[in-house]
Each structure stands twice: as structure tokens, then as C-alpha cells.
Design a protein around this ligand. Structure first.
Ligand SMILES: Nc1ncnc2c1ncn2[C@@H]1O[C@H](COP(=O)(O)OP(=O)(O)O)[C@@H](O)[C@H]1O
Ligand SMILES: [Mg+2]
Length: 403
């Protein structure tokens, strides 16, 4: 019974996952040349409601040809729903989706040159690896010899040689993932949508598969949109990241910008570790703002590129930017920018191999986290429990968050 249900589910999903059929070449004269600047995909103010709940709430986004784009956000924020609309399994309640400038609202999923690899892989349990990969090719009416050639190419591409006759239940998690990938690539879609493709793999395998996917995407020159809730994965793989929360796209930027210049406090906390101090701007001078914080006294921060307009804001510093020192940095020219100095006591030391993170409790009771690279082989950590230290950072280390 359970098996039957699983099979049904896999079959429906696999039917949905059926690779896109490229439309026959138009008999009419070729379409107007596409301007170079035109995005491959344009998502315009798209809304998807389930009842009165807005699962996707006004998302606009341009995807460039050949791009590796990551949608990053917590579970339930609408990532899968957005992908399903791109693939054509859901239609937007508002807004438009354009492919090379053309509205694809009425193009059926299998007619879109966009394919989706499902989080569950959705393999046909009763079909061999070969037949799983060949499924969409058969549906598209390719000739037997062409199908054989394409399957062989895909098997080589995802390194499944020798496993062609096995069924999914005779494969490891990583191998199933490769079959799903091969199947979704077999019809050479223009855009591949990958919904949490690596979530089921263990850490080592996930990391090596990330590199393989990047290599594959570059080699095929295809456009990949990957969905993940893992920020490191998004940062490793993608050239741009869209951070989603509660149906909205909060920031679209490079991994570095998202990490070093998050658009909001929420993003700063969602992406990586952060020290946050709320405060009031008391003065500004010479591209710097002075902020009186409740927990860390006065902090001098570099004025961000977008001039600050609010007086109540937060200053955020990543732990790896916070340096520790026994008596504070030496008052020499090399440390002229070590303006922010917070005194406290080490209350926690976590040795993580490549780095050690320290928690320093300030006199206010607030805790500052510092992360230091272990660049030398030492028997002990640089600072011990109960030690008094100065945690310091420069104005440029500070991010100013107005919302
Ligand atoms: N078919 C559906 N009917 C009702 N609610 C749905 C449906 N699909 C998704 N949702 C809801 O929409 C929200 C976004 O879901 P989803 O796009 O799957 O999120 P994510 O992929 O980011 O985890 C969730 O709250 C989910 O429960
Ligand atoms: Mg999802």
C-alpha cells in the first residue's frame, strides 16, 4: 500500500517533470533579433495566492542568459511555488513571466524550453536508469538511434556509466540525483530549474556535486536557477543570489554584496553569523557616523554608499571582522583605524579546526562573537576562558542597517 502510494506520487511528479519539448521551428520568417540586453527570463510583479494566502507576493526579477542564479530563503517562503510558475505547473494570479520577451502564460509546461528537477527527484521506480533518462526523449518523438545517442551522452555527462540497467531502488542517493539531473537535461532545455537538488546528499557529496553542477552549467552554457535554503551552497554556486522571505524578494545581488552589504537586518541575520547593536546616530563627520548603542557604547561606522536617513538604526559586524587582543591594538599607525574597542571577558571558546570562535561578554552583559582563523598549528587557542580582552574593529568593518 505504502509502496503503491509512493509509486503514484512519483509517477505524477515524474509526469510533471517530463522534460520540455522544444517547439518546432517556426515556418514564418524568423522573429526579430533579440536585443543583447534583453533578459532571458523576466518575472514581472508575479503574485501566487492559495486562497487568501499570498505564497509569492509581487516578485520581479530578470534572469540573464547563461547565468547561475540562486533563490535563497527559509522553508515556506515561496521558492518552489515561484519555480513551479516558471516551469508552468502553476499560473500566476497577477503579473507576467516573459521568456526572451514573450509572455509564456499560455505555453504548456512541456512546450516551454524550461525544465524542472524536483526536490524529490521524482524518478520512475519501475524504469531503469536508461529508461528514466530516455522518458522525455521518447515522448518528444525522437528516433530510437537519437535517443540512444542522447542517453549515452547524458550518462557520460553525469558519470553514470555501467549503471544504465539498474532501477532507482538499486542506486545510492547521489546516483539517483544524477539520474534526475540527466533526465532533466536530456532535452537540452534553455533554462534548468533545480529545486533543492542537493538537500538529500551528505555534506562531502553535496560539496563535490556543487562543483560538478557548476562545471556542467559552464560547459553547457545553460541558464540554471537553483533553489536552496543553504546560504553557503548559494554563495558557492551562484553568480547572483535572490534572498526571499515570506513571498517577497528582499535583495538580489552578488554573494559578496549579500554578505558584506545586506539590505536589511533580516538578511544580515539570515546569511551567516552577525553581531548586531541597536543605536541612535549622534553625529556624522567625514563619511563616518557615530552611533550611541545600548550594548556596546559608542561605535564609529563608515557611512554606507547610500547615505543614512534614519537616526535609529543598527550597526552590524561579522564575527571574522572582530579582532581580539589582550590589551587592545597598539597605538601605532597600523592600527589608526582600530577605533572601536569593546572590553570584556571570554566566556566561550569553540575550536572548529580552521577557525576558533570566541564569545566575549561585555560589561553591559551583551555578547560579541569573534572568529579567528587558525593560521598556525598551536596546542591551545589564542585566548582562554575568563580572560579579559579587547574586541576591536574598524569603521569599515561595520554595516549600517536602517531596516
Ligand atoms: N498547493 C498549495 N496549496 C496551499 N498552500 C500551498 C500550496 N503550495 C504551497 N503552499 C504554501 O505556500 C507557501 C510557500 O510554499 P513553497 O513555495 O513550497 O515554499 P518553499 O519552497 O520556499 O519552502 C507555504 O506556506 C506552503 O504551505
Ligand atoms: Mg520548496
Amino acid at each position: 500500500m505504502v509502496e503503491g502510494a509512493a509509486k503514484d506520487e512519483a509517477t505524477t511528479e515524474a509526469a510533471e517533470a517530463e522534460p520540455a519539448v522544444t517547439e518546432p521551428a517556426p515556418a514564418k520568417p524568423a522573429a526579430l533579433p533579440v536585443p543583447v540586453e534583453m533578459p532571458l527570463l523576466r518575472i514581472e510583479a508575479v503574485v501566487k495566492k492559495f486562497g487568501s494566502f499570498r505564497a509569492v507576493d509581487g516578485v520581479s526579477l530578470d534572469i540573464r542568459p547563461g547565468e547561475f542564479f540562486a533563490l535563497l530563503g527559509p522553508s515556506g517562503c515561496g521558492k518552489t511555488t515561484l519555480l513551479r510558475m516558471l516551469a508552468g505547473f502553476e499560473s500566476p494570479d497577477e503579473g507576467r513571466i516573459l521568456l526572451s520577451g514573450r509572455d509564456i502564460a499560455h505555453v504548456l509546461p512541456h512546450r516551454r524550453p524550461i525544465n524542472m528537477m524536483f526536490q524529490s527527484y521524482a524518478l520512475f521506480p519501475h524504469l531503469s536508469v536508461r529508461d528514466n533518462i530516455a522518458f522525455g526523449l521518447k515522448r518528444a518523438g525522437l528516433m530510437r538511434s537519437d535517443i540512444d545517442a542522447r542517453v549515452a551522452e547524458m550518462v557520460g555527462l553525469v558519470k553514470l556509466g555501467g549503471l544504465e540497467k539498474r532501477r532507482p531502488d538499486q542506486l545510492s542517493g547521489g546516483q539517483k540525483q544524477r539520474v534526475a539531473l540527466a533526465r532533466s537535461l536530456a532535452l537540452r532545455p534553455q533554462v534548468l530549474l533545480l529545486d533543492e537538488p542537493l538537500a538529500a546528499l551528505d555534506k562531502k557529496l553535496r560539496e563535490s556535486t556543487q562543483l560538478e553542477l557548476m562545471e556542467l552549467q559552464r560547459r553547457l552554457g545553460m541558464t540554471f536557477i537553483i533553489v536552496t535554503h543553504d546560504q553557503e551552497e548559494a554563495m558557492t554556486m551562484a553568480s547572483r543570489i535572490g534572498v526571499m522571505d515570506a513571498g517577497r524578494l528582499d535583495q538580489v545581488a552578488s554573494p559578496r554584496q549579500v554578505y558584506e552589504a545586506p539590505a536589511s537586518r533580516w538578511i544580515a541575520e539570515f546569511i551567516g553569523d552577525i553581531n548586531l547593536f541597536d543605536g541612535q546616530v549622534t553625529s556624522r563627520e567625514d563619511h563616518r557616523i557615530v552611533v550611541a548603542t545600548r550594548d556596546a557604547g559608542t561605535i564609529v561606522a563608515a557611512e554606507p554608499r547610500q547615505p543614512v536617513t534614519r537616526t535609529t538604526l543598527a550597526v552590524a559586524i561579522r564575527p571574522e571582522k572582530v579582532k581580539l587582543s589582550r590589551r587592545g591594538p597598539a597605538p601605532d599607525s597600523a592600527h589608526a583605524h582600530a577605533i572601536n574597542r569593546l572590553e570584556g571577558v571570554v566566556t566561550d571558546v569553540s575550536y572548529l579546526g580552521g577557525t576558533t570562535t570566541y564569545k566575549v561578554k561585555l560589561d553591559s552583559g551583551a555578547v560579541v562573537r569573534s572568529s579567528m582563523a587558525n593560521t598556525a598549528r598551536l596546542d591551545t587557542d589564542a585566548y582562554g576562558l575568563s580572560q579579559r580582552v579587547v574586541a576591536w574593529f574598524t569603521p569599515d568593518d561595520c554595516m549600517v542597517l536602517e531596516q
